[in-house]
Design a protein around this ligand. Structure first.
Ligand code: SF4
Length: 301
């Protein structure tokens, strides 16, 4: 079996930065620190933080109950009003928002000031997008996940009076999908201002899996079940390689997925810690040894 790692994968700059803030707090044995929402979409990591005293809340109101003195804003960011409400409560806010997400906040703020309606391409329920909407004021905005949803809104007449529009995307969007949306908008809106807000880390991880997936027999995509950039990596890999599996950690691996002569490609979402990737590689090597010894021959036949 040959294990081939994607050229780029795993923790991105933004996640590494926020996780380092939390790790430093653990190292300094600081008490009464929580995060606003799970720090990143990775259960193993959020469990680790919880075991070391950094839990999370989903609502500002829950901060009092936890007697929190410091609140870390997660990588995905939060609405401006959330940050203001936290400050009003007297807690210290440590802003772990990824600078690439902050850039989207600044862009929609400016578009709002310049009176541009805004189209966001992304998942309306994702914390990053919820946060972004908190920086839009006094202009209509729309959130679509793809060109089909945009067509639907157009049929409903939502764009009838719109002559100009600003477009931003979730940082983890796929560029192919965004191109379709922008091209479609250009058909009927005279002025379309598109801002490329897909972050470089997402681009790099996606490009690497585009390159790797066609040349392997199996692809293992490691990352949280709710991590949108991991899901995108899975979709890309699956489009080339039918034997693509999305796992959260080594415990999800199944020996039945592998054959002794397989080339196994590995990639990981931007919120996957290095130690989980290493555990997965070790487990696949363990499977390889079992397959070599033919120990599961009976079970497989
Ligand atoms: S994927 Fe990009 S935008 Fe998201 S946290 Fe990482 S660097 Fe920031």
């Amino acid at each position: 079996m040959e294990i081939i790692m994607a050229e780029k994968m795993g923790f991105c700059f933004g996640v590494r930065r926020t996780v380092e803030i939390a790790m430093k707090i653990i190292e300094n044995k600081e008490q009464n620190v929580i995060t606003y929402g799970p720090i990143i979409h990775n259960e193993d990591l959020t469990n680790y933080l919880k075991q070391n005293g950094i839990g999370y809340v989903l609502n500002v109101d829950d901060v009092d109950e936890r007697k929190a003195e410091k609140v870390i804003i997660r990588t995905h960011g939060a609405k401006r009003e959330v940050i203001e409400n936290l400050k009003e409560k007297g807690v210290k806010v440590i802003d772990g928002t990824c600078p690439y997400v902050m850039r989207v906040h600044r862009i929609v703020e400016k578009l709002s000031k310049d009176d541009y309606p805004i189209l966001i391409v992304g998942n309306k329920d994702h914390p990053e997008i919820i946060g972004v909407t908190g920086y839009i004021s006094n202009v209509p905005y729309f959130i679509v996940k793809d060109v089909e949803e945009l067509e639907e809104l157009r049929k409903q007449g939502k764009f009838d009076k719109i002559k100009k529009i600003g477009v931003v995307t979730q940082t983890t969007e796929k560029i192919e999908k965004v191109r379709k949306v922008v091209n479609y908008l250009m058909d009927f809106i005279p002025e379309v201002r598109y801002f490329k807000t897909i972050c470089y880390a997402t681009d790099e991880n996606q490009n690497a899996i585009h390159k790797l997936a066609p040349s392997v027999d199996v692809v293992i995509v490691i990352g949280g079940k709710h991590s949108s950039n991991t899901i995108k990596l899975y979709e890309i890999a699956k489009s080339y390689c039918p034997r693509t599996y999305h796992i959260q950690n080594e415990k999800d691996l199944k020996i039945e997925w592998f054959n002794i002569n397989d080339k196994v490609g590995i990639t990981a979402g931007a919120s996957t810690p290095d130690w989980i990737i290493q555990n997965v590689v070790n487990k696949i090597k363990e499977f390889e040894r079992i397959l070599e010894r033919g120990e599961i021959y009976e079970k497989r036949s």
